[in-house]
Design a protein around this ligand. Structure first.
Ligand code: SAH
Ligand code: SF4
Length: 351
């Protein structure tokens, strides 16, 4: 592509932001052009956010789920999975480990369980906020406005709810009976309630093309989310998509780089799924625009049962070995670990 730098400059200053142009960037294959793209995204990341990597300690507190997302190993049709929900004491113990490791955000994630008592989770959020000076992110799927309000009032700071794909037709193909409009409604409610909102997408879903991925990135720009997690689709053997192909790591890296240039100061994780594609591509993600890592603090025996996709990294590690591993990862790419809470509004270098 002869005018690659011009296109990248155009995206940075908001001129060339049409799906076709972005789609052509996602189709780049030439190693020199890819190097240009990734280095450009890396410079934008440094300019807006500096070199510190934000950490979020992930506690997968329940794998009970009532949804039928075709890609996900926790979907309710997977009868072979042993289901669990951690006790409040176990969750508090994990949150204490996160805080004890100097990580200033805990993410409490679960399947979507209508039976989950909102007041129960609110109580846990309140206890964490009372005991530790850390941010709390929730990720428990689609819920009524009232539940989101209760959790916000209990002190929750952020909420993660990926749109997965911004294309309604594609969304409905992989979510039997689920409403795209309700997902959008949830994201709006969360924003209205004052949460920092994280969304994101799956790259490599069957039937998705580069223009579709480009539209996802433009959707994120339009919605101005605070965090955007772009992860590869990895087929799970006990799902309807068992025989589909895994996403290519390179497509996730290209989408991450374009997201950085388009969204500038947004928090972009190098997702755990990106670390689970044969080799660990998270350092590559961090060099292509990402600035967040999410070490896993779910204790045994639960961690091995939170099988969104197969081959998940760090299933055998014990809680506590993560912090050191993150330090090593940062060092290997000449970056540092930030011990700030790492909210979007905390960005030190906002340009
Ligand atoms: N139940 C909540 C949160 C847990 S699922 C929700 O759905 O929002 C967290 C994320 O796991 C999902 O947003 C999805 O993007 C990801 N995921 C699920 N199955 C996956 C798969 N097969 N490959 C890659 N990511 C997957
Ligand atoms: Fe449940 Fe979330 Fe998996 Fe969908 S992606 S099946 S809601 S855990």
């Amino acid at each position: 592509m002869s005018d690659l730098k011009t296109i990248l400059n155009g995206i940075l200053d908001g001129r060339s932001v049409d799906p076709a142009t972005i789609g052509t960037l996602l189709e780049l294959e030439d190693p020199i052009e890819l190097k240009t793209l990734f280095e450009y995204a890396d410079r934008v990341r440094r300019l807006y956010l500096g070199d510190g990597i934000y950490l979020r300690g992930l506690v997968e507190f329940s794998n009970v789920c009532n949804k039928e997302c075709f890609y996900c190993g926790l979907n309710r049709m997977n009868a072979r999975l042993t289901r669990y929900r951690m006790s409040p004491e176990e969750i508090m113990y994990s949150a204490a480990k996160v805080a004890g490791d100097g990580i200033r955000t805990v993410v409490l994630q679960s399947g979507e369980e209508p039976g989950l008592d909102a007041a129960w989770l609110a109580g846990i959020v309140r206890s964490i906020k009372e005991q530790f000076d850390i941010a709390v992110t929730l990720s428990a799927g689609e819920r009524p406005y009232e539940d989101y309000r209760l959790w916000k009032e209990a002190g929750a700071d952020r909420y993660l709810l990926k749109i997965e794909t911004s294309q309604k037709v594609l969304y409905e193909r992989f979510h039997d009976g689920a409403s795209f409009e309700n997902r959008l409604r949830c994201l709006r409610d969360l924003r209205d309630l004052g949460y920092e909102v994280g969304s994101g997408s799956l790259v490599g879903l069957p039937g998705q093309d580069t223009v579709s991925i480009a539209r996802d990135l433009l959707f994120f720009k339009d919605q101005n989310y605070d965090m955007v997690g772009i992860g590869p689709f990895i087929p799970h053997p006990q799902t309807p998509l068992a025989h589909e192909k895994s996403a290519e790591a390179s497509m996730v890296l290209k989408a991450t780089a374009v997201a950085r240039i388009l969204l500038k100061d947004v928090n972009l994780p190098a997702t755990t799924a990106l670390g689970s594609l044969g080799r660990d591509y998270r350092p590559d993600g961090l060099r292509a625009g990402a600035n967040v890592l999410m070490p896993n603090y779910t204790p045994a025996p639960y961690r091995a049962l939170y099988t969104l996709y197969p081959g998940k990294r760090c299933l055998e590690e014990s809680v506590g070995s993560c912090a050191g591993c993150m330090e090593l990862t940062a060092k290997s790419i000449n970056r540092t670990i930030s011990h700030s809470k790492g909210g979007r509004r905390d960005a030190k270098y906002a340009a």
